[in-house]
Design a protein around this ligand. Structure first.
Ligand SMILES: C[S@@+](CC[C@H](N)C(=O)[O-])C[C@H]1O[C@@H](n2cnc3c(N)ncnc32)[C@H](O)[C@@H]1O
Length: 531
């Protein structure tokens, strides 16, 4: 037996002794339920796997107890990788024994209230691995005065206002932000309650917006982890770094940390702080294709952009239109090829023209040739020029009347660029664009027109359109490629029908309640729903 194993045996014996010297009610009031050693070992092991193997570790447990996580750390780690180990414990009862237990190791244990300690100012002073099972003290066990003090503290450093019903563990998790080094990993074993109740909103907001959430593991409620504190628990891992726009989070459930019974990858964009996160690993999100059976065609009418018959003739720059004296009434703004559209959002000027460097117009006239000849000399001359080139005799032009009129394609609020290379550095074979302009689009785009029920909903709540756009962009490219066709060299093409058949699972949480099978809506207030 090595010395760490011997200390651990001693620790477990002392833990039992120390717990027995207090009443259950007292331990409950002070959130003093130790993490079982097997679970602590599993948590620390899973956390270490998320670090690079060479990283030297500055460890912190701000609710130390007798040190179940520290013990597990020393079990899995060679001591030369441990640059520093810190612990805070408010209660001397546990703190004194912990100090004597670990005195032969590098631990610096401070017996103090975590919230009253001076906040470290430099990255070096902060820790890059924080593992903690904070006290689960319900809000009515701490005074109004201390609650307000803690709320001010969280507001000051994180700009978040915690709800008065939040348990102490929420304050712990948020306040510890100040002790974590940039890029540092935090692992929290907390009650899963925050995922579904109002007071958890600010915690969810923090996890979504201020850090990079990596994984949430929810234990099965029937598999109670703590004999004496009957709460369902969740382990949260995140890094202190700004979140990436298109990232996703592993939601695992049941079984053990190393072998959960269920794993679901949830796009960050689907993590709404107002919704119930425990529902997110329900059947709404599965790894293997549609589960609700709802497809994008249930939400949008999808059409290919228009085929002009001869882009070089029918699509003109403003200079060409001026040179040939084509009247403005026969010119409609049209989007340039996707490679000239940098961002994914197309803004518009006051006339509805897209604000893009490359400006183009589509020639579209429904008037007869006689009428054009008599009234619009410039346009007539241009059409004559087209005829000389044989444009009017092309397949598409011969199938419409007059040959220089265009198909009816109103501007679409959402567009999909359906051809791309998944192997380029952009790594996005498909892009969904949010279009505020009145521009139509040629057949290099797919146009998404919301179905009438969705249009009505967007009308009531314009923000919904942006949320749908976000959700569309979060559909993993593999799912879309799966729907579409792949060509050699990583080139992917998607037909309107194929996009229409793609699963709408990742958009379901945004729909009005009557359109979804489960989970509460985030954006629809049923009382404002009308008939
Ligand atoms: C749930 S126990 C966890 C103990 C140990 N880390 C473990 O996992 O077994 C929480 C510990 O935090 C301590 N604690 C409660 N409030 C604290 C505070 N404000 N500052 C520091 N420690 C606190 C409690 O005394 C208790 O020992």
């Amino acid at each position: 037996m090595n010395s760490i194993e011997a200390i651990e045996i001693d620790r477990l014996e002392r833990q039992i002794q120390l717990d027995s010297e207090k009443s259950h009610a007292e331990r409950n009031r002070q959130g003093q339920f130790a993490t079982p050693p097997g679970l602590a070992a599993e948590i620390v092991r899973a956390s270490l796997k998320m670090l690079t193997s060479e990283e030297s570790i500055r460890f912190l447990d701000p609710a130390f107890g007798t040190g179940s996580f520290y013990s597990a750390l020393l079990k899995w780690l060679t001591i030369d990788r441990l640059a520093r180990a810190q612990g805070f414990e408010i209660d001397e009862h546990y703190g004194r024994d912990a100090s004597s237990l670990w005195k032969s190791t590098p631990l610096q244990l401070t017996i103090a209230n975590f919230f009253e300690l001076p906040i470290p100012l430099t990255n070096e002073e902060r820790s890059n691995l924080l593992v903690c099972n904070p006290p689960y003290i319900r809000h009515h066990h701490f005074s109004q005065e201390s609650k307000e003090k803690l709320q001010r503290l969280i507001g000051k450093y994180l700009g978040l206002k915690l709800n008065g019903l939040a348990g102490l563990y929420c304050y712990f998790l948020l306040h510890a932000h100040n002790w974590l080094a940039d890029g540092g990993l935090a692992c929290w074993l907390v009650p899963s309650e925050f995922m579904d109740v109002n007071y958890g909103r600010e915690v969810k907001k923090y996890l979504r917006e201020q850090v990079t959430l990596l994984r949430l593991h929810r234990f099965d409620i029937h598999d109670v982890q703590f004999d004496d504190a009957l709460v369902s628990s969740v382990v949260i891992w995140f890094k202190k770094s700004p979140p990436q726009e298109n990232s996703s989070v592993d939601f695992t459930f049941g079984g053990s940390l190393s072998s959960p019974t269920k794993t679901t990858v949830i796009p960050r964009s689907a993590l709404n702080p107002n919704s119930k996160w425990s529902k997110l690993d329900s059947s709404t999100f599965t790894d293997d294709g549609p589960s609700t059976g709802t497809t994008l065609s249930d939400l949008f009418q999808i059409k290919r952009g228009l085929a002009t018959g001869a882009n070089s003739f029918f699509i003109l720059t403003p200079e060409e239109a001026a040179r040939y004296q084509i009247p403005a009434e026969f010119l409609r703004p049209i989007l340039p090829s996707p490679r000239y559209v940098d961002g994914d959002e197309i803004l518009a000027d006051e006339s509805g023209n897209p604000i893009l460097e490359k400006k183009l117009f589509l020639l579209d006239c429904k008037l007869s040739e006689t009428h054009v000849k008599q009234n619009f000399a410039g346009l007539w001359a241009y059409l004559e020029m087209g005829k000389q080139k044989g444009i009017h005799a092309g397949y598409i032009c011969t199938h419409r009347s007059p040959w220089y009129s265009q198909e009816n394609r109103p501007p679409a609020p959402l567009l999909c660029t359906y051809m791309g290379r998944s192997d380029t550095k952009v790594a996005r074979a498909f892009r969904f664009l949010l279009n505020h302009s009145q521009a139509c689009a040629a057949n290099v785009y797919l146009m998404l027109y919301p179905q009438p029920f969705l249009l009505k909903a967007i009308d009531k709540n314009p923000e919904l359109l942006r949320r749908l756009w976000d959700a569309l962009n979060s559909i993993p490219v593999e799912r879309l490629i799966h729907s579409g066709r792949s060509y050699g060299g990583g080139l992917h093409k998607l037909e309107p029908k194929e996009l229409a058949q793609a699963s709408a699972d990742l958009l379901m949480h945004l729909l009005p309640p009557e359109r979804r099978q489960d989970s509460q809506s985030e954006l629809f207030d049923p009382s404002a729903e009308g008939s």
